[in-house]
Design a protein around this ligand. Structure first.
Ligand code: XUL
Ligand code: CO
Length: 447
């Protein structure tokens, strides 16, 4: 993938293609651990990790927060005469960034790429002007679309939700946006299409019929799936669980809730989960718990790679940096067979006071290195099996004799009760948590 910039302008001057220099390097603009071509297990690192850049955080978010104005000067907006030109420059900057960084994928919302027009038809026309250009850049650079999505949470009309809005006309406007975003995703060869239920939830039970809203959401998702399949979309549909923020109670609370919802409404064949680390934390779970829960039921699809701030309970969307978390995450992902259509999308933003153009690169470099370390640790854990061997042995009494008969469904409760009287003292076996934590630490340090 050649370093590439388009249009007349280079938006990240002075920064070349980011290279792997190894762990001794002190170059902040080099990978220390992510060596894309290096084989880990049976695949290249880049094919395990399938890194994607999030269009919204990297090229749209401007550092503003509820207390202060923008701090990130986006030159691709500053040098444009109107919103369409700004969107075109933003696309130029985005592809320059993807290729310099060496990320093979990106993800976007319709409104990240193109401004909204005065009508759905005009919005569609504007989006497709950009989509055509993105298609050309993808062909020239080899960068691919991991997934697309529709933003049905920012515009004021969606303040009461999109698919779960109490007003039918708003639902139809959400549908028009989703239909167009699906068309755009298909046009760009997207490998997935994501639904994050931004405002699909409620603030007060006093004004909400939650059963009806969930029925509408399920119906909406089914119709979106039918439309996309009818247009030839072969990729995966993802639901991205999140328990709260912006609404108080979001219907897609966590992995377990979403799996139950999908099964309840017969959507479990086509929909998988896009697990986000920060959302797991908001739900009171470890990131790895959400991954393992999805994987256990065959629902693990893709990952929004970021981290939260455990002590404040917001969706801070920081770049991943904990090797402990990335190792456990990659261990869960590898055990589940690795990604197929999914990947690691950096749904993460640099801090408000990270105002230099190198900061965006350094943030991604750190995140990619963190997952490269996690991958290498996870592969060794799989190859050498110190944890899996212990876990397997822990359940050994279900592998043979009456334990195996119980698993096969051959024993009644009365049978179990009778057996219970014959075993005498049982259950006083150490879980060895501390030993296993020590082993994990040894692996993290590569000793
Ligand atoms: C919001 C969030 C979204 C989704 C895509 O918390 O994670 O950016 O990933 O809509
Ligand atoms: Co996300």
């Amino acid at each position: 993938m050649a370093a590439y910039f388009v249009g007349n302008k280079e938006y990240f001057p002075g920064i070349g293609k980011i290279k792997y220099e190894g762990k001794e390097s002190d170059n902040p603009l080099a990978f220390k651990y992510y060596d894309p071509e290096q084989i880990v297990g049976k695949k290249k690192m880049k094919d395990h990790l399938r890194f994607a850049v999030a269009y919204w955080h990297s090229f749209c978010a401007d550092g503003s927060d509820p207390f202060g104005a923008a701090t990130h000067p986006h030159p691709w907006i500053a040098d444009a005469g109107n919103p369409l030109e700004a969107a075109q420059h933003k696309l130029d900057a985005a592809f320059e960034f993807f290729t310099k960084l060496g990320a093979e994928y990106y993800c976007f919302h319709d409104r990240d790429m193109a401004p909204e027009g005065d009508s759905p038809a005009e919005s569609e026309k504007i989006l497709f002007t950009l989509v055509e250009k993105a298609k050309k850049y993808q062909a020239e650079t080899g960068v691919k679309l991991l997934w697309g999505t529709a933003n049905i949470f920012t515009h004021p009309r969606f303040m009461n939700g999109g698919a779960t809005n109490p007003e039918f006309p708003v639902l139809t406007l959400a549908a028009s946006q989703v239909k167009t975003a699906i068309d755009a995703t298909i046009a760009l060869g997207g490998q997935g299409y994501t639904f994050w239920g931004g405002r699909e939830g409620y603030m007060s039970i006093l004004n909400t019929d939650l059963k009806r809203e969930k029925d509408h959401l399920a119906k909406f998702l089914g119709l979106a799936r039918d439309y996309a399949r009818g247009q030839g979309f072969k990729g995966a549909f993802y639901i991205e669980p999140k328990p709260m923020e912006p609404t108080k109670h979001q219907y897609d609370y966590d992995s377990e809730t979403v799996i139950g919802f999908l099964r309840n409404y017969g959507l479990d064949k086509d929909f998988r989960l896009n697990i986000e680390a920060n959302h797991a934390e908001l739900a009171g779970h470890d990131f790895v718990h959400e991954l393992e829960t999805a994987a256990a039921e065959g629902f693990l699809g893709s990952v929004d790679a970021n981290r939260g701030e455990p002590r404040n309970g917001w969706d801070t969307d920081q770049f991943p940096s904990s090797y402990y978390e990335t190792a456990l995450a990659m261990y869960a992902i590898l055990k589940a067979g690795g990604f197929t259509t999914g990947g690691l999308n950096f749904d993460a933003k640099i801090r408000r006071n990270s105002v230099e153009s190198t900061d965006l690169f350094e943030a991604h470099i750190g995140g990619m290195d963190a997952f490269a370390v996690g991958l290498r640790v996870a592969q060794r854990l799989i190859d050498e099996g110190p944890l899996s061997g212990f876990v397997k042995n822990r359940y050994a009494s279900f592998d043979t004799a009456e334990g195996a008969r119980f698993e096969r469904g051959e024993l009644t409760l009365a049978d179990l009760a009778k057996l219970g009287t014959s075993y005498g003292k049982a259950g006083f076996t150490s879980g060895k948590q501390e030993r296993l934590e020590n082993i994990l630490n040894q692996y993290l340090l590569g000793l």
